[in-house]
Design a protein around this ligand. Structure first.
Ligand code: SF4
Ligand code: SF4
Length: 548
């Protein structure tokens, strides 16, 4: 980290940091800034490689040796164990989270904002940068969802406007059908996410307020119809591509909906968090809270928090990504290593993170643009996107095949494990991508609102300052922060893969060399993905949603 951070500062500094070279370097026929950047490259690449060799040896030894575990906690005399921090016990916020009506009110506020987006998308100007539908959903809502995910939790599902109408209508219409058992699989969701990513590129959704408005109306209609026909949260659990993204990315969250005290659950006979009771409905995705691990299939709806008659459910802190280590059977999901549909969904989201960001870099935008004269442009872009997804996924499939052979493990199990271990890199890529657009396009939210208020309702909210929607300034701190996030994601992925390579040692004796060999295919894919992610963030980006 030491040489990486210093090298990053030297590489991306706008001028020569050491003033003396500004005067002396030209005398030697060298530009001081170029010289500084070359020095940074030497410090970064060969410097990191030199560190890598002893680091690998030390890690192998440190992780392989069996050492007695020493309890680090000091005895606390005469003091009760402190209750864990719980968001549902924070004044005001806790009351809002626990109240079904409070949550519904938040969703209706979001529905009002979605209605504004739809109206402007249908009636406003066709230029995305001047339309609410071209800026709010793609720049601000997505960025806020990603940043909110790592700072607080799955706020996007918690305040989702798509389920507001059905929640209200269910007070009068009770769904009677159960979602068919043969459709209880993530294959539909995996295909929906893939279709979403391909259509986004092929039809340029971000660039079309009309298509964006149509998309929101379509999702709203499907969610309402499906959830009024079928019990529970069938749309969220099995169909919604946005919900899948939110639930999977929740691995990076510092919080989760869970129980406070396992002993209270052991004594509980009603299990209202699952079945519902006098205080409210149970879990729409059939998660049984004491057996819930992580946030997969959890829509953060908080119904279980309201339903629990023992006040034993809350929003507690967790260590991000830690749940990926556990291979124990989980409520609803079962043993995830035996779920190829889940592995496929994760891989689509991970490959999608890299491809979606790569297709916004200037070199690839120019290359894809060179296909424009062809007829069937949308089909060509769709094909390019699909082929790019396959190209990113192939190394994983090859490594899974090699790893399965080396470990005498089923291919499906190996693939699922790799999909879980690579999730931090996929999450990191989505985060830096959406975070980049949020930071650079933050000020672009207001001018379209001012224009829409003036044109649509004769309201004067001030003259739109269109300069805010053009030529976004990229703050200097952003690139080093993005590189650090990606480096951190790589480390977590490598660590997860290492832990799993150590765990499957059949003989029970940890041989570091053998663990290293088993770890290598996974590590190489992780390094390759990280290198691609780092290349992407170093490219000039197409500023989608902004005036060019
Ligand atoms: S969370 Fe509440 S309702 Fe659910 S099992 Fe535990 S005590 Fe019972
Ligand atoms: S466990 Fe179920 S009821 Fe509780 S927040 Fe998650 S989806 Fe909602």
């Amino acid at each position: 980290m030491a040489n990486t951070l210093v090298a990053a500062i030297l590489a991306f500094a706008p001028g020569a940091i050491y003033g003396v070279y500004r005067d002396t370097a030209p005398a030697m026929g060298v530009d001081a800034l170029v010289d500084q950047q070359r020095a940074a490259a030497i410090m970064w690449l060969p410097g990191s490689l030199l560190y890598l060799v002893p680091a690998v040896v030390i890690i192998v030894h440190a992780l392989s040796r069996k050492r007695p575990r020493v309890a680090l906690s000091l005895p606390v005399v005469g003091q009760a164990r402190r209750a864990p921090w719980d968001a549902t016990r924070v004044p005001v916020l806790g009351a809002l989270l626990r109240s079904a009506n409070g949550r519904l009110a938040v969703r209706f506020v979001m529905l009002g904002l979605a209605a504004l987006v739809v109206l402007d998308g249908l009636l406003g100007p066709r230029d995305a940068a001047t339309n609410i539908a071209g800026t709010w959903p793609w720049t601000h809502w997505r960025g806020a969802a990603a940043v909110g995910m790592v700072v607080a939790g799955n706020l996007a599902c918690l305040g989702c406007p798509l389920i507001a109408p059905r929640t209200l209508l269910r007070r009068w219409i009770t769904p009677t059908r159960r979602w068919p058992s043969w459709l209880r699989t993530k294959w539909i969701a995996a295909v929906a996410v893939l279709a979403w990513l391909v259509a986004y590129e092929a039809f340029g959704w971000w660039d079309s307020p009309l298509l964006t408005a149509g998309l929101i109306i379509g999702l709203l209609l499907v969610a309402t119809v499906v959830d009024l026909l079928f019990e529970g949260a069938a749309f969220c659990q099995w169909m919604c591509p946005i919900g899948q993204w939110n639930m999977v990315m929740s691995v990076a969250s510092p919080t989760q909906v869970t129980i406070r005290d396992p002993q209270v659950c052991e004594r509980c006979t009603t299990q209202d968090c699952l079945r519902g009771g006098p205080q409210g409905p149970g879990c729409g995705t059939s998660l049984f809270l004491p057996r819930k691990v992580g946030a997969l299939d959890c829509t953060a709806c908080m119904d279980c928090v309201t339903a629990c008659p023992h006040d034993n459910a809350g929003v507690l802190l967790k260590v991000p990504f830690m749940e990926l280590q556990s291979e124990a059977s989980r409520s609803v999901i079962g043993r995830w290593i035996e779920r190829p549909d889940l592995a496929a969904l994760l891989l689509v989201l991970e490959c999608g993170a890299l491809v979606n960001a790569a297709l916004m870099t200037e070199p690839l935008v120019a290359w894809v643009g060179s296909w424009q004269p062809l007829p069937w442009r949308a089909a060509t872009v769709a094909l390019i996107t699909l082929l790019a997804m396959v190209a990113v996924a192939v190394p994983v499939l090859v490594a899974a095949r090699v790893g399965a052979w080396m470990r005498r493990e089923a291919f499906v199990h190996r693939l699922a494990r790799m999909a879980f271990d690579l999730l931090p890199i996929g999450t990191g890529m989505w985060l830096v991508h959406f975070g980049f657009h949020l930071v650079t396009g933050l000020s672009s939210a207001l001018p379209p609102l001012q224009r829409a208020a003036r044109d649509g309702a004769a309201l004067d909210l001030g003259e739109p300052a269109w300069a805010a929607n053009c030529c976004a300034q990229v703050p200097q701190w952003l690139l080093p922060v993005m590189l650090c996030v990606l480096a951190l994601a790589l480390l977590v992925s490598l660590q997860l893969a290492w832990n799993r390579a150590s765990r499957v040692e059949a003989s029970g004796v940890q041989r570091s060399g053998r663990v290293l060999v088993r770890w290598l295919p996974d590590a190489l894919v992780a390094l390759g993905w990280w290198a691609l992610a780092a290349w992407i963030v170093l490219q000039p980006m197409q500023m989608r949603g902004l005036l060019s």
